[in-house]
Design a protein around this ligand. Structure first.
Ligand code: PGA
Length: 259
């Protein structure tokens, strides 16, 4: 991680935890993290929609500096979109970060680059920060097409967005073969791909934006491998799935610099 970029460690809970469980985990987490941790890293958690209001209340009433995040949203303000949640609704809950284009949204729910780009714009319009996810499948990696895939996801995801806004964003590089599988990219591989992703941002938005944007690594990040991944030059944090469901594990990842 370069000194000028504050790392962001994000917990993506996916479809886990009802609102009672969510309150409990947030409280446990708050006992384990201290001022030094919040000074060294930004920490966000991304519970399911049904938990957001409860988690917001706990964070604000107990003054816990964990930032509230969502896992996705629609790109329209409102309308006949059964089951969807708008960016404006998230903003009202003091949501700060929204994951956009997670590989599960792309693969299981058929979200494509054009829709993902519309969501990135909608999130920015509501003064929240998108975490744009990119990553290759194992087949693409084996066919030497990983970089091509990342490049097109970044180019399409950032289309029509101003340089300054791009510089405030987060990109999460998550190789699909490493998500939830226990297989992690080696620190050298992860570094290479995050550096490549940064180069793609520079091509789209210039050197200043590329140097400022934060790039997370995601895919089976755990307490045992967090330090070696997060100390790489171009890795500015982690998007953590499974290991974020346990407050102890997640806080150990946040404290990676102490390992
Ligand atoms: P994982 O998930 O840490 O369980 O591999 C990461 C993610 O999907 O963001």
């Amino acid at each position: 991680m370069a000194a000028s970029r504050k790392p962001l460690i994000s917990g993506n809970w996916k479809m886990h935890m009802n609102h009672f469980e969510a309150i409990q985990i947030v409280q446990t987490l708050s006992y384990q993290l201290d001022e030094n941790d919040y000074g060294a890293c930004d920490v966000s958690i991304h519970p399911p929609f049904t938990d957001l209001r409860s988690v917001q209340t706990v964070l604000e009433s107990d003054r816990i500096p964990v930032l509230l995040g969502a896992q996705h949203c629609h790109f329209e303000e409102k309308g006949a979109f059964t089951g969807e949640v708008s960016p404006g609704m998230l903003e009202k809950l003091n949501v700060k970060y929204v994951i956009v284009g997670h590989s599960e949204r792309r693969e299981v729910f058929g979200e494509e680059d054009e829709m993902i780009n519309a969501k990135v714009k909608a999130v920015l319009k509501h003064s929240m920060t998108p975490i744009l996810c990119v990553g290759e499948t194992i087949e693409e990696r084996e066919a030497d097409k990983a970089q091509e895939k990342i490049q097109s996801q970044i180019q399409n995801g950032l289309k029509g967005i101003g340089k300054e806004r791009i510089s405030s964003m987060v990109i999460a590089y998550e190789p699909i073969w490493a998500i939830g599988t226990g297989m992690t990219a080696t620190p050298a591989d992860a570094q290479e791909m995050c550096a490549f992703a940064r180069g793609c941002v520079k091509d789209v938005a210039g050197n200043a934006a590329g140097d400022t944007i934060r790039i997370q690594y995601g895919g089976s990040v755990k307490p045992v491998n967090a330090a070696e991944l997060l100390t790489q030059e171009d890795i500015d944090g982690a998007l953590v799935g499974g290991a974020s469901l346990d407050a102890e594990n997640f806080s150990r990842i946040v404290k990676y610099r102490l390992h």
